[in-house]
Design a binder for this molecule. Structure first.
Ligand code: HEM
Length: 402
């Protein structure tokens, strides 16, 4: 049986609610950092959201993410109790199936394949920015980041662009709807819709990722239609909103850090080299793992079934690994550069990371090509949320054109 509150030594207790804490609305990153980093304990247990452990040390978090045998990845989420749905492939697959899925999926997400997506990203970024930037003042998340990243996602999967609002409501509801029933309903909507999409692609192949998944073959192996549906389900959750979230955190950073803004404005070639450091500084996924069997982990007794949360934003600001972690430094040592958890770590490290990095770079380059200044309308107008994927909900900005 999983750990119960009464079993936890008082020295390990915390009252932090990573989903519902009111301070997360004003600034999810700052609130998380203040609360968790200033607590000297590397492992604590909170009774909120079904009860879970929080591991804030980079080294211990990495150890957990790298041991898929002891720390499984089903079910994903905080709370981790959405079991009335099929397993998400490959994230929630067991180790043996996971290796097979990664082998089949890698060709679709390798850097050369991503190169082919770049022209579409550049064109859409230009179209959206040319329409919105002349307004001078607008919400970056809703007017720029989401239309670009979700627009690319629907194109890549051959979905209907006119249903974007509905897709976003399902995805955000899956993670953050007020009740579990509503979350399950959102999940069912995603599953039913994607099942139709995959069937249509079987009948009428297109030039997109769904058709690539149906056709992909490694050493004579192909994916079944059900497997393709489940992969599309995960892609829906993993990519519809992640790039928009990352972009909105990065743009807030640039609006606050005018020195960095000017540096990137004056040297466009520095943008590509800055992306990884910006990703480290704005990791937003609170990763979770389920303990597979009773174990003692660095002196703390974990039980089978325990949900263990590794907040990547906090682990990536761990000064034991990253020198001066709150400072932007694109010239970090190679060791530091390879360590951040924005894309996770271990076997499940984000397979779409090259796509994500390309999209972030392309949007920043297109933005810097056009604007001369960038400011937040006001700090207090920027709002956000916590949970499995933290994010901003509003980021009104002012820009001037070059
Ligand atoms: C900035 C944007 C993105 C961020 C920050 C991000 C982050 C992550 C993280 C942290 C994980 C690991 C989850 C875990 O271990 O529990 C992950 C996995 C995954 N991501 Fe991403 N992601 C992004 C964009 C994308 C995109 C654009 C795609 C697809 C095109 C994608 C597809 C996936 C898939 C399929 C997995 C599961 C990999 C596996 O289980 O082997 N992600 N992502």
């Amino acid at each position: 049986m999983a750990t119960q509150l009464q079993d936890v030594p008082s020295a390990l207790l915390s009252d932090f609610d990573i989903v519902g804490d009111v301070g997360l609305v004003a600034d999810p990153q700052q609130r998380l950092l203040e609360t968790l980093r200033e607590d000297p304990r590397d492992i604590v247990y909170t009774p909120h959201n079904g009860g879970h452990w929080l591991v804030t040390s980079h080294e211990l978090g990495r150890e957990i993410l790298s041991d898929a045998d002891l720390f499984g990845s089903f079910p994903i989420g905080i709370p981790a109790n959405m079991e009335q749905r099929p397993r998400l492939i490959p994230l929630e697959s067991d180790a043996a199936s996971h290796r097979r899925y990664r082998r089949l999926l890698l060709p679709i997400f390798e850097p050369a394949a991503v190169q082919r997506l770049q022209t579409g990203a550049e064109t859409l970024a230009q179209e959206v920015l040319d329409e919105v930037l002349p307004e001078g003042e607008f919400d970056f998340l809703w007017r720029v980041a989401k239309p670009i990243s979700m627009g690319l996602f629907v194109r890549q999967l051959g979905l209907e662009p006119e249903r974007l609002d509905e897709f976003y409501a399902w995805e955000s509801g899956f993670y953050r709807a007020p009740t579990m029933e509503e979350r399950i309903e959102c999940g069912q909507n995603i599953g039913a819709y994607l099942s139709t999409v995959v069937s249509q692609h079987v009948e009428h192949p297109k030039d997109d990722i769904v058709t690539m998944l149906l056709n992909v073959e490694v050493e004579g192996e192909k994916l079944s239609q059900e497997e393709v549906q489940s992969i599309c389900y995960l892609l829906f959750l993993a990519s519809i909103d992640t790039v928009a979230t990352m972009l909105s955190f990065i743009v807030r950073h640039l609006a606050r850090d005018q020195v960095l803004f000017r540096r990137l404005k004056e040297d466009r070639s520095a943008i590509a080299d800055s992306v990884d450091e910006l990703l480290r500084m704005h990791a937003f996924i609170n990763l979770n793992r389920i303990c597979e069997r009773d174990t003692v982990f660095h002196g703390v007794a974990f039980r089978a079934g325990d949900n263990i949360v590794v907040p990547s934003f906090v682990t990536d600001r761990d000064e034991r690994v990253f020198a001066d972690p709150d400072a932007f430094n694109a010239d970090r040592s190679k060791r530091e550069k390879n360590q951040h958890h924005a894309f996770g770590a271990g076997a499940h490290k984000c397979i779409g990371l090259h796509v994500a990095k390309m999209e972030v770079r392309v949007v920043l380059e297109a933005l810097f090509d056009r604007i001369g200044s960038l400011k937040l309308v006001s700090e207090s107008a920027v709002t956000g949320h916590g949970g499995t994927t933290m994010g901003l909900d509003a980021i009104p900005i002012k820009v001037t054109l070059d």
